[in-house]
Design a protein around this ligand. Sequence first.
Ligand code: NAP
Ligand code: G4F
Length: 324
Amino acid sequence: MKTALVTGITGQDGSYLAALLLDKGYKVYGIQRRSSTISTERIEPLIEEGVELISGDLIDENSLIRAMEKIDPCEVYNLGAQSFVPTSWDQPILTGEVTALGVTRMLEAIRIVNPKIRFYQASSSEMFGKVRETPQNENTPFYPRSPYGVAKAYGHWITVNYRESYDIFAVSGILFNHESPQRGLEFVTRKVSYGVAKIKAGLQKELRLGNLEAKRDWGFAGDYVRAMWLMLQQDEPDDYVISTDETHTVKKMCEVAFSRVGLNYEDYVVQAPEFFRPAEVQLLIGDSSKARKKLGWKPEVDFRGLIEMMVDADVERINNMIKE
Ligand code: NAP
Ligand code: G4F
């Protein structure tokens, strides 16, 4: 039985990846940081199915070394991060500690405990920032526009560096935005799907958003964790862009979400200055042809299917809340 260790297991991708790995017969361990409230909401059913949690933090090197010594994993997926872009302007140093240096701590733990461990780093299309070319592929230069994007660029390059310096099987997945009903409530797609459900139920009157013209290449998280796993099954370590290769504005996403429940977004969406960013990433669209060719990966859920899935899930959640 293969053993995997996942940081960020309590997050959106962690929950989908843990489910996929269990399905493939892995013994799955996750690193959970200490919190005064319960953070396992997304993975409760998976804990029932055998996922085990180990206390640790990307800021605490020793906790990572201890976890790897205890578990002896063959694959490590580093999904843990301060992942919300606006927070990275409020807490740039924390973001650097967790999202950038956390990667080095993971790689050092691997180097010390067992350099044969295969390592996946959750890199991001946010690194492309003020895009240098369109669409963006593995060779597109980075121009990050947020402390988060800068931290991810560090994480990407330290992963490449440990691969080249120590011959570690370390890969960087440059994933474009991916969403699901498990997405955090502050990210725009979920903020919209949840807002739509509350408005439909009469619990909210308007939805305050920022830049409606920004364009993103949105895919489904369930499809994207498959690509993470595939990257670690190759003969040679390499870096891959994962994307749908389609882009849509936030406005279009609102139109699809509201129309799912028979509403017109223009009657409810209000542009609010507090949700605009100090520096914006205006356009992201990936070119995932390398992953499609070499990994045999392709997304199965399209943009409309994704947004409708999220709205339907939130409508059901709100209706259940009302019934209780
Ligand atoms: P998410 O839902 O925000 O989950 C982040 C995870 O990181 C949570 O489990 C969180 O734990 C954990 N974490 C935060 N600080 C930590 C620390 N100091 N030590 C250990 N764990 C810590 O993010 P996601 O959407 O699943 O994304 C997964 C990864 O992919 C992240 O690295 C993200 O930056 C990257 N990424 C995401 C996307 C996307 O569109 N979703 C695209 C490209 C790259 P708590 O539950 O305790 O907060
Ligand atoms: O949903 P978002 O907050 O995602 P963002 O900033 O693109 O970052 C996500 O994707 C990255 C991959 O490219 C990940 F690395 C990162 O961890 C995260 O998962 O915002 C998307 C767009 C932005 O242009 C933002 O300005 O939506 C725009 N937007 C407009 N109104 C809003 C809002 N974003 C948020 N969060 N809230 C709004 O009210």
